[in-house]
Design a protein around this ligand. Structure first.
Ligand SMILES: *Cc1c(COP(=O)(O)O)cnc(C)c1O
Length: 436
């Protein structure tokens, strides 16, 4: 029987295995005991999934399973198949339904890979894969094709090749450490990589993408936070998809990182059956900012193989953003992006607020459906820009300078609302109706 005073849900579980309680907070214990087979899953959760044995086997033969005991402990046994934690981590036979739009490497990361582990797509920044492993295999993983097939940490030689590439390319000012999960590396290995990057003058910032605060928050130890705080400016992006993932343990992990002076961001993937709902998403982003995490991107689910059952139409993301902008803190609103197939990079897709314009005025609408005009300056002389700043007056001095009530368009989008139009007050057509 596992009980963890600190960790909300676990005490509701009767995990019938002999776990020494002291081990629950040890991240390496969770990695060693990640659940990879159906028997253990059934035993730990006390459920019977024997009807699904054959489907399960077929699915994990292609896309393996791995769930940390912590993440598993968050599952709601009473409503397992609808549970967002379950759906993100337990294999579905639908993963084997390949659809015609599926692509093996939709973001062409392999094609943009100059040396193994480096994807250099944008002019000034690179993605650097420093680990091929994760503590938990997300069913919606964009790099699903790679999961489990090279389940190891890259060799020192391979990491050195990546570092050498960054050292030689002085146009790189931003390095994103990704994976896999970089926090699968032990503190010393991570410290080594960060120290090397610190020593490169052209590298201005380093970012780490990790899902550990969500799937294994005990990885964020005081020692890790201490080590990271020696490598500023360092940014961390994590990956919460549902408000149920925000637990007392994950809050503590986020607080440790924020207290270490690390700005935190979050990337969410829009997933059918998990978070494709404005109300869920609003709750999530508000919980994130309350924990000092800035929602950064909301991703349209990409075209990787085995993800078709998770995809929503793009309009679902637009509807969600419509329900956020103006309705809650601007800080809590992520940018909705489609990572363009073929390596085109992230493309923002947001609702439209500009309705029309003339040379003198711009006509805008706000979140409530109020239509307004902004008069543009009559006298604005734009100097001819030569691009080289010579002879320009502008100075460029580089030295350190509970109830859910929505209004407006979002309401009109809502299926629950019978109204069919928003009509401005004093509309003559409506006045004529009153007179008749
Ligand atoms: C997402 C991504 C980046 C970083 O993009 P930002 O918009 O700067 O966060 C860099 N390289 C690759 C290959 C990416 O996919």
């Amino acid at each position: 029987m596992v009980t963890d005073k600190n960790q909300g849900k676990a005490d509701k579980l009767s995990l019938d295995i002999d776990i020494e309680l002291s081990k629950w907070n040890d991240w390496k214990w969770h990695i060693r005991n990640s659940v990879r087979d159906l028997d253990t899953f059934e035993k730990l959760l006390g459920v019977d999934l024997s009807d699904y044995h054959n489907q399960f086997k077929a699915t994990v033969d292609t896309f393996p399973m791995s769930i940390t005991p912590y993440y598993l402990s968050l599952m709601d046994r009473g409503d397992l198949f609808n549970d967002p934690i379950f759906r993100q981590s337990f294999p579905s036979p639908k993963e084997l339904d390949l659809s015609t739009e599926d692509l093996e490497d939709p973001l062409s990361e392999d094609m943009d890979s100059s040396v193994p582990g480096i994807t250099h797509r944008y002019p000034d920044r690179v993605l650097f894969t420093v680990a091929n492993v994760c503590s938990m295999y997300c069913r919606h993983c964009t790099r699903k094709r790679k999961v489990g097939d090279r389940d190891h940490l890259p060799s020192k030689e391979q990491l050195d090749m990546g570092l050498e590439y960054i050292r030689e390319h002085t146009e790189i000012r931003d390095v994103l450490l990704s994976g896999g999960d970089p926090f699968m590396l032990d503190d010393d290995a991570l410290d080594h990589i960060l120290t090397q990057l610190d020593d490169m003058d052209h590298v201005e910032i380093v970012r780490i993408g990790t899902r550990m605060p969500v799937v294994l928050p005990y990885r964020v130890t005081d020692k890790l936070a201490d080590m990271l705080s020696q490598h500023h400016p360092l940014w961390i992006n994590t990956h919460f998809n549902h408000p149920r993932e925000v637990t007392p343990s994950s809050r503590r992990a986020l607080a440790k990182l924020a207290d270490a002076g690390i700005p935190l961001g979050n990337q969410t993937v829009l997933l059918a059956g998990v978070n494709d709902c404005p109300r869920i998403m609003k709750t999530l982003v508000q919980k994130l900012v309350a924990n000092r995490v800035r929602p950064y991107y909301l991703y349209q689910c990409d075209l990787s193989q085995g993800l078709s059952h998770f995809r929503t139409p793009v309009s679902k993301g637009i509807e969600i953003i419509e329900n956020l902008i103006g309705h809650t803190s601007g800080l809590a609103v992520p940018t909705f992006v489609i990572d363009a197939p073929g390596g085109g990079g992230k493309i923002p897709v947001m609702p439209n607020y500009v309705l029309s314009w003339s040379p003198s005025k711009v006509i805008l609408r706000n979140y409530e459906g109020v239509i307004t005009s902004y008069r543009q300056p009559r006298e604005y002389k734009s100097d001819f820009c030569t691009g080289d700043c010579k002879g320009c007056d502008l100075q460029l001095k580089l030295d350190d300078a509970e109830e859910y009530n929505v209004v407006g368009i979002a309401n009109l989008l809502g299926e629950h609302d019978p109204s069919i139009s928003l009509v401005p007050e004093g509309n003559p057509r409506m006045e004529r109706r009153k007179d008749a």
